[in-house]
Design a protein around this ligand. Sequence first.
Ligand SMILES: CC(C)(COP(=O)(O)OP(=O)(O)OC[C@H]1O[C@@H](n2cnc3c(N)ncnc32)[C@H](O)[C@@H]1OP(=O)(O)O)[C@@H](O)C(=O)NCCC(=O)NCCS
Length: 169
Amino acid sequence: MTNVTPFRNVKHASMLWASPDRAEEIAALHAKLFSPAWDAAAIQSFLEHPAATSLIAVAGGQKKTVIGFLIGQLAADEAEILSIGVSPDWQRVGLATGLLEGLTRAARRGDAKRIFLEVAEDNTAGLALYRKLGFTEAGRRKRYYERPGSAAVDALTLVLDLDLPNQAG
Ligand SMILES: CC(C)(COP(=O)(O)OP(=O)(O)OC[C@H]1O[C@@H](n2cnc3c(N)ncnc32)[C@H](O)[C@@H]1OP(=O)(O)O)[C@@H](O)C(=O)NCCC(=O)NCCS
């Protein structure tokens, strides 16, 4: 067993499609994880987009709280992850993996061939997660992410080729 408390076990979380009425909750979590954060209106418009393929992880009692999100799009033969995050209290129990597997299944059902995303080169957690799930580097945008007080950081474009066997989902 790991040092994860029973409550923060992935078995106590559920994955749901993200409906636009969860935008406020997703924005509140986004603001804990990203700077600059996306506001609720921006997230709502992503979730209302016809190509939206977004998931949330929820946990708790009757009023379930959003503890993770994946904002994605699926169009033609490509899916894209626009943002993914997990509440700090719930990290390292497999939630991001579950959200990515959910998107991968949806992408396969939609006959997508690839999933793309962008990640800052200094995001060690994100890079470790994506590499573990089989994403590989497909490009680089120089100095894409501003870092107040320090040098801008490159963005890496990663791709998961769904035609290859043994990929997530
Ligand atoms: C990146 C993030 C989404 C990972 O979520 P998570 O639910 O903790 O990820 P998982 O539990 O599914 O981790 C799966 C694997 O990813 C890797 N990983 C995840 N977090 C890691 C970390 N902090 N350091 C190193 N590896 C990490 C590990 O290989 C892990 O497997 P393991 O726990 O068996 O070692 C989460 O840390 C987060 O929300 N970060 C802030 C927002 C962010 O950076 N999002 C990505 C932007 S592109």
